[in-house]
Ligand binder design. Structure first.
Ligand code: ATP
Ligand code: MG
Length: 416
């Protein structure tokens, strides 16, 4: 797909210091992809006139159109306007109309406008200021046929998003003559490694042109992303056909065909079947309960749960027998089963779901290495437990354990 491309320039010392994650570039990339505009390159620089000018000049030379975020504030460290004015060889002028708007806003609130805000009216001569309904810094658009077009947006994410949605996406589409948005479809899978998934669909994804297929692994599983030029009817047909073939091949490992969370999918299955759930968590200590209640309305099927970190709590709260714990240990099939059964009985639900594992970094052994986790499930009809050894650090092991528990529950519900 060769859609027209622009570049992004994220500006701010805090981005280079690791204090702020550059979520602006991510959001803009996502937004523009759906509008049929490709991003050829993204650059990050600090609040330094020379660096901003050099990076912007290079980006304009490569791509002709650049969207910058950050450094438009009123304080001394916000220098983006000056760097841009230098690059375009323009003087800085003051947009008095915008200063009047700001002064009026302060008047309404009954406080005098701090003089420092006059900076917010500064812009390179000949540039266009776009009024900011959500903040004090206007966006600035500057265009010179010999240099290219630069759009300056405030760094504050909500203000940046407002400008993108209100004007900038349309402005870019007009400038680039972007024809049609990219069509993106998702198949979310759980319970398969990236390699296993790739292996099982190798022949289907061998040559998918004009459709692109990407494997996106993360702790929640592997997503398959299919995309194509949304304006190309043949490509769209090929994409839909491929989607069906992949779904059939991957089978029950597919839990969603949009960006739904696995917990929401499981919740919907419980609701549809009129079943109730109780959870018992050791190493995840509430993560499963949190995931299950992220979506509103969970009280219809999640009745309660237990955080049973110590053996004593597993005994006292869930009735896991002391002899069982002494013989098998807390991270064992027997304990996972007893925890699921205990949760189900004590809360009087249809289903009990348990997690007990070694999240690390300490506590592992040759027999039970870090990452070893047992997930148990207990229903009126059946009881089962599965062993996993999850890779990753403590946080990843806990996330993977939570996801595996949700997936075991999903697969159990689908079978019944
Ligand atoms: P304003 O003058 O409207 O406050 P600004 O253009 O001066 O905006 P900055 O001072 O650079 O913006 O940043 C304002 C806030 O936005 C800060 O909290 C900063 O951490 C955040 N921010 C800046 N750039 C980004 C980015 N790329 N991704 C996410 N957050 C960002
Ligand atoms: Mg800044």
């Amino acid at each position: 797909m060769s859609a027209p491309a622009i570049e992004l320039l994220a500006i701010g010392d805090e981005l280079l210091l690791g204090e702020t994650l550059d979520t602006n570039s991510r959001w803009i990339a996502h937004r523009l992809a759906r509008a049929g505009i490709r991003i050829a390159q993204t650059t990050t620089v600090g609040d330094e006139v020379g660096r901003i000018r050099t990076a912007l000049a290079a980006a304009l030379a490569r791509s002709g159109t650049v969207v910058c975020t950050g450094g438009l504030g009123p304080t001394i460290d916000d220098v983006t306007r000056h760097a841009v004015a230098e690059l375009y060889g323009r003087r800085i002028v003051i947009d008095e109309a915008w200063i009047d708007v700001l002064r009026e806003r302060y008047r309404v609130r009954g406080i005098p406008m701090p003089e420092i805000n006059r900076v917010q009216g500064e812009l390179p001569e000949g540039a266009r200021a776009l009024p900011n309904p959500r903040g004090t810094a206007p966006a600035i658009v500057i265009d010179d046929p010999a240099i290219g077009m630069t759009v300056l947006l405030p760094g504050v994410p909500s203000e940046m998003r407002g400008f993108m949605d209100d004007v900038v996406v349309e402005l870019l589409r007009e400038r680039l003559g972007a024809r049609s948005p990219i069509l993106i479809r998702l198949l979310r899978t759980a319970g398969l490694s990236e390699a296993a998934l790739a292996d099982s669909v190798a022949d289907l994804v061998h040559d998918t042109s004009p459709v692109s297929v990407a494997f996106l692994p993360h702790t929640a599983g592997v997503d398959l992303r299919l995309s194509c030029d949304g304006g190309d009817a043949d490509a769209r047909r090929r994409l839909e056909q491929l989607l069906v073939e992949l779904r059939d091949r991957v089978g029950t490992a597919v839990y969603a065909e949009d960006d739904s969370d696995l917990a929401a999918v499981v919740g919907e299955l419980l609701r549809a079947r009129g079943l109730t759930l109780a959870v018992a968590e050791s190493c995840t200590a509430g993560m499963l309960g949190k995931r299950l209640t992220d979506a509103a309305g969970a009280s219809a099927w999640l009745l309660g749960g237990f955080i049973v970190y110590a053996d004593a709590a597993k005994r006292d709260l869930l009735g896991v027998e002391a002899e069982l714990l002494a013989e098998h240990g807390a991270v064992s099939e027997a304990c996972a089963r007893a925890m699921a059964r205990g949760a189900r009985r004590r809360v009087a639900t249809d289903v009990g779901l348990s997690i007990t594992g070694i999240a690390g970094p300490g506590g592992g052994s040759a027999e039970k290495p870090v990452g070893t986790t047992w997930i148990g499930i207990d229903t009126a009809a059946a009881a089962a437990a599965r062993r996993f050894v999850f890779p990753g650090d403590r946080a990843e092991v806990r996330e993977r354990a939570t996801q595996a528990a949700l997936d075991l529950l999903r697969r159990t519900l689908l079978r019944d």
